[in-house]
Design a binder for this molecule. Structure first.
Ligand code: ADP
Ligand code: MG
Length: 558
């Protein structure tokens, strides 16, 4: 008995479990989808391991998922004969949450007052295995890692601690047994031991799973005798391999949830097929919200790679550039080796060609999205897409057309560069922009005064990346992009020029004296036409860094 260890959940895992036990999420059915999804992943991993490692002695003849209920004991078991987990994996994967952004999520949850907002947050995060504690007051897991002889038993009530214990005998793979909460309590749970309930949930959420999901069902014959037979509950059709008109919206959505580990609906679905020398199918999704780890270097990126229906890897970054790292989905390439490595993929000419086509397709899809969807998209991912202008010079034109920027023209409505150009005044040859931390700071800045006085529109750019891309791209439609805070701004009419020339002569001595007195801090003091009410302002040289960029570099330690 001393082989039994009682361990504590990591603090963040404990907090998340609390939320599950107290069921802040209203749709409890999804616990089954999470278990099936994990089982399916485990089968994918085992098949791949057995293909790559010929010495691994595992049985892959009948990989499947099995659901078993015991009505008397009120238990439900989901079993797979997949890759399984070692003792340390159980502790590391089930006892802790490795996802980046967990702390951030929990902080937001604590702050969020209303239940709907909390649900949305939790949905964005995806609680996975812990969803079982919405319907079970105790969960038992028995698992054996492929290739190892002994297994591990894990059990918890979801309240701070769990026990782990080595077991001598365990079947290959993992079984998760839920000791169900009473069905008729105030939470109004479905009866998860009823055949039709399970059947319905599997059909709704897991029909596309590529492995058979089986259950033994009872039927009473005409003579009153009960017969038992095993049935497969899902159709197992690889969604991406079907033609578009054979797949309905609901199926796409469920598949998205499975690949993206996201509970929300996708914003857009892209289903495409490449024929010719290099065949592939791709089913890609644009999420409706940014993940918490979008800007974290450890964040998940890239799509899943399959080779002729065999899962090869998650997060295949060779297929999506970094600035489209939020795109989720599957690419099934037909002519690759199953042993392909990440390093080889990066070099592979065909993969690079596929990637080019996927990028074009994603950019074209963005361009054609409805105004409303695009607005959501840009709010969530605009700052990332703009990185593309540094990363992907081949698509600069397309990316510039995707840009939406706040502007002085209409404070409520971001503008496209095209619309800005169409509104340019007679004689205006440049596109003016101002960068800064936020809109209010920019609008109160003295740099804007002359532009406002002249009625020139100024773009208001507040993402850190804005500084960099406007510099790099330099122009749109032949019109230079010009910072209002840099260099000499030529907004004067001839008459005004004459006037300032006289003024310059008049004040020459004063300016020389000021330049001398301020020599330590500024390069030059000059009269300016850019101010209307402020007496003076500091401007940068045309090629200097702007203050925001300076700050950004300083923050990066450079
Ligand atoms: P996610 O699936 O998003 O990673 P989960 O909470 O669902 O998060 O699962 C956590 C981890 O536990 C999985 O990533 C996987 O490594 C492991 N795991 C869960 N269920 C199984 C299973 N049936 N077989 C093998 N490993 C599993
Ligand atoms: Mg999971």
């Amino acid at each position: 008995a001393d082989r039994v260890e009682t361990l504590e959940f990591q603090a963040e895992a404990r907090q998340l479990l609390q939320l599950m036990v107290h069921s802040i999420y209203s749709n409890k059915d999804i616990f089954l989808r999470e278990l099936i999804s994990n089982a399916s992943d485990a089968l994918d991993k085992l098949r791949l391991e057995s293909l790559v490692d010929k010495d691994l002695t595992v049985d892959t003849a009948d990989l499947h998922i099995e659901i078993e209920v015991d009505r008397e004991a009120r238990t439900l078991t989901v079993r797979d004969n997949g890759v399984g987990m070692s003792r340390d994996e159980v502790v590391g994967l089930i006892g802790t949450i490795a996802k980046s952004g967990t702390a951030e999520l929990l902080r937001k949850l604590r702050e969020s007052k209303d239940a709907a907002a909390s649900q949305e947050l939790i949905g964005q995060f995806g609680v996975g295995f812990y969803a079982t504690f919405m319907v079970a007051d105790k969960v038992t897991l028995l698992t054996r890692r492929a290739g190892q002889s002994g297994g591990t038993r894990w059990e918890s009530t979801g309240e701070g601690t769990y026990v782990v214990e080595p077991v001598d005998e365990a079947p290959q793979g993992t079984s998760v047994t839920l000791h169900l909460k009473p069905a008729d309590d105030e939470d109004n749970l479905h009866d998860y031991t009823a055949e039709w309930t399970i059947r319905e949930i599997v059909k709704r959420y897991s029909d596309f799973i590529a492995w058979p999901i089986r259950m033994t069902v009872e039927r009473s014959g005409e003579d009153g005798a009960t017969t038992r037979e095993e049935q497969t509950l899902n159709s197992m059709k690889a969604l991406w391999a079907r033609s578009r008109d054979e797949v309905d919206e609901a199926e796409y959505k469920e598949f998205y949830r499975h690949v993206a580990h996201d509970w929300a609906d996708p914003l857009e679905t892209i289903h495409m097929r490449g024929e010719g020398t290099f065949e592939y199918e791709a089913l890609l999704f644009l999420p409706s919200h940014a993940p918490l780890d979008l800007f974290s270097p450890q964040g998940r990126r890239g799509v899943q790679l399959y080779v002729k229906r065999v899962f090869i890897m998650d997060d295949c970054d060779a297929l999506m550039p970094n600035y489209l790292r939020f795109v989720k989905g599957v690419v099934d390439a037909h002519d690759l080796s199953l042993n392909i490595s990440r390093e080889i993929l990066q070099q592979d000419r065909q993969i690079r060609a596929v990637r080019r086509r996927l990028v074009k397709k994603v950019l074209a899809t963005l361009k054609e999205m409805s105004a409303e969807s695009y607005h959501t998209f840009w709010t969530e991912f605009g700052a990332v897409v703009k990185e593309g202008m540094l990363e992907d010079p081949d698509n600069t034109e397309a990316l510039l057309d995707l840009v939406r920027a706040a502007s002085t023209h209409d404070p409520a409505e971001p503008t496209t560069l095209r619309a800005y150009v169409e509104r340019m005044k007679d004689g205006q040859s440049e596109i003016y922009y101002a960068t800064g931390e936020n809109r209010a700071t920019i609008e109160n800045s003295p740099h804007l005064e002359a532009f406002r006085a002249k009625g020139y529109e100024v773009l208001i750019l507040t993402d850190p990346v804005d500084e960099v891309w406007v510099e790099r791209v330099g122009q749109y439609d032949g019109k230079p992009l010009r910072s209002v805070a840099k260099g000499q701004v030529d907004l004067e009419t001839d008459e005004e020029k004459e006037k300032s020339e006289t003024e310059r002569k008049e004040y020459a001595d004063l300016l020389t004296w000021m330049s001398g007195a301020l020599a330590e801090t500024v390069k030059e003091v000059r009269l300016s036409s850019r101010l209307t009410t402020s007496p003076a302002c500091v401007v940068g040289d045309a090629h200097d860094m702007t203050p925001t960029l300076e700050k950004m570099y300083r923050a990066m330690g450079q």
